[in-house]
Every structure is written in structure tokens, then in C-alpha cells.
Ligand binder design. Structure first.
Ligand code: AR6
Length: 177
């Protein structure tokens, strides 16, 4: 199915979004952190961290799911990016970051979740160059949606206007005939 109209870029605080699932940029130990992870845990309330403690781990490039508790979103899908390291097997790092998006979307399909919002995974504390990360994110989402992915709406929820514009350009570029 086509991706037209199914991908959107907005500038917002992801914790405010009323979607089936928001994605958390977590770490592989699911240890409470800062950035978007801290914001999601604060808004969801302590039960979310109880649940991630029970789950225990999320492999880098993988994804796990919890309830959203006090969030408007019903579920939180937690994924862990690799930490960006210039010059160190960049192809492998690229595959793992793309896999964060693919794994989260696969889990969303398994749970029948039709609307999902992603932050710019890896581009904060984990140091990914924003342009590189956006291309990988957009490529992975597009691949999923064109190969049977069930989402009506995938939102790139950006914290900065520069990020929103970057994703918007990718969306518009893909729509050009
Ligand atoms: N809504 C949307 N995007 C946000 C929000 C928000 N409320 N807050 C921050 N961002 P980061 P990472 C953006 O550092 O690089 C944590 O400690 C932010 O501007 O949250 O994958 C975890 O526990 C940036 O563009 O995630 C891990 O240990 C993007 O979210 C580690 O950080 C991701 O930045 C993960 O680092």
C-alpha cells in the first residue's frame, strides 16, 4: 500500500500525543534516563518503570512494549539505539538504528496499533548526526509501510523545528512523481 498521507512530521512533546503508541528512545538495560525517556516516564507515572524493570532488557535495535499508564497514548514501545561512534563500523550502526524503527513497527502490527509516533531516536544523548538518523528513520518506516505494515498514521514527533523541517523535506521528496 502507498505511504501517501500515512507519514507526518510535527513539532511537539511526544508525551502529549493521543495515539495508539508512542515510541521511547530507551537504553538496552531499560534504566530510567533523561531526554525523551525521562519525559515519558514522568508523564506516564511510576507504574511504567515498574513494568520496564520486570521486562529487564531490550536488545539494541530491538523493541519491547508496555502500557502507557497516565499518558494519552495507550502503549509505549521502548527501543534502544546504538550509541553513535564516528568511524566505528558505521554500516552496522546504521542497520541497528533502522532496526529500532522496524522492530517497533513490527510490534505495533502484532498488537494491531494503527497510529504510532516516533521521536528522533538516537539524536540526543546517543549523539547521532540528525540528517543521517532522519534518513535511516524515514527509510525504515517507508519500507515497513510499503511491505504490508498496517499503520494508518506514523508520526515523526520532533522536538526542534530543524528536525521537523528535515522530516517534512523527506516526506515531500518521496511524494514527488
Ligand atoms: N518529545 C519529543 N522528542 C523529545 C522529547 C519529547 N518530550 N524530549 C527529547 N526529545 P534522547 P537518545 C528528543 O537523548 O539519543 C536516555 O537517557 C531530543 O531532542 O532522548 O536515543 C535513554 O534512557 C532528541 O531529538 O535519546 C538512553 O539512555 C530525541 O528526542 C539515552 O537517553 C532523542 O534524544 C538515549 O539517547
Amino acid at each position: 500500500m502507498s505511504v501517501a498521507g500515512r507519514i507526518e512530521a510535527i513539532r511537539a512533546d511526544i508525551t502529549t500525543l493521543d495515539v495508539n503508541a508512542i515510541v521511547n528512545a530507551a537504553n538496552s538495560g531499560l534504566i530510567p534516563g533523561g531526554g525523551v525517556d525521562g519525559a515519558i516516564r514522568r508523564a506516564a507515572g511510576p507504574k511504567l518503570t515498574e513494568e520496564t524493570s520486570q521486562i529487564g532488557r531490550c536488545p539494541t535495535g530491538g523493541a519491547v512494549i508496555t502500557k502507557g499508564y497516565n499518558l494519552p497514548a495507550r502503549f509505549v514501545i521502548h527501543t534502544a539505539a546504538p550509541v553513535w561512534a564516528t568511524g566505528y563500523d558505521e554500516a552496522k550502526q546504521d542497520r541497528l538504528l533502522a532496526s529500532c524503527y522496524a522492530s517497533a513497527l513490527k510490534l505495533a502490527d502484532e498488537r494491531g496499533l494503527k497510529t504510532i509516533a516516533f521521536p528522533a531516536i538516537g539524536t540526543g544523548i546517543y549523539g547521532w548526526p540528525a540528517e543521517r538518523a532522519a534518513h535511516l528513520a524515514f527509510g525504515a518506516v517507508t519500507r515497513h509501510l510499503t511491505t504490508g505494515g498496517k499503520q494508518d498514521k506514523v508520526i515523526f514527533c520532533c522536538f526542534s523545528e530543524a528536525d521537523r523541517a528535515r522530516y517534512q523535506a523527506l516526506i515531500e521528496g518521496s511524494e514527488t512523481p
